[in-house]
Design a protein around this ligand. Structure first.
Ligand code: THU
Length: 157
């Protein structure tokens, strides 16, 4: 896990974070008034984005990360290298990074095992003046995944 500046990110990482920022603006957030954007980078260089989609039955809300995952899956893509996450409030900027919730960590962990590699997670504050890079294994140590129930992960790539 490390802190990094926007300038020090690779061009690929910067573009991914910028894509997440763009997606953030599409958040449907009538309840929390919080906007989150996520962008997944596939193994072959394609970007899939998502934003949080809330619901009057609060627990039905889907986070930005999982929106991006289902969007990629709809195109048959499940093998990823990286994911970028950024957020803000309707009326405020975040000072600190936004990191994926527990449910999203679990979903990202699944993808990491399917992908056959640890997934890089880039987490940013609204103004991109605080950025942390970690891996999904760092965010979900000893995670439970498809391999634990003997799924042939290669079959789902
Ligand atoms: N949210 C995300 O989309 N991703 C996260 O990583 C954290 C939380 C959303 C869910 C809800 O719409 C709002 O942020 C407030 O929790």
């Amino acid at each position: 896990m490390k802190n990094i500046t926007y300038k020090k990110l690779s061009e690929t990482q910067r573009k991914l974070l910028d894509a997440a920022e763009k997606a953030m603006k599409t958040a449907y957030n009538p309840y929390s008034h919080f906007l989150v954007g996520a962008a997944l980078l596939s193994e072959n260089g394609k970007t899939f984005t998502g934003s949080n989609v809330e619901n009057a039955g609060y627990s039905s809300t889907i986070c930005a990360e999982r929106s991006a995952i289902v969007s990629a899956n709809a195109k048959g893509v499940r093998v990823f290298d990286k994911v970028a996450i950024i957020a803000r409030g309707d009326t405020f900027d975040t000072k600190d990074i936004t990191s994926p919730c527990g449910v999203c960590r679990q979903m990202l962990f699944e993808l990491a095992q399917i992908s056959g590699k640890d997934l890089e997670v880039i987490m940013s504050s609204t103004k991109k003046d605080k950025i942390v890079i970690a891996t999904i294994k760092e965010l979900l140590p000893l995670g439970f995944g498809p391999k634990d129930i003997f799924v042939d992960v290669k079959k789902y790539r």
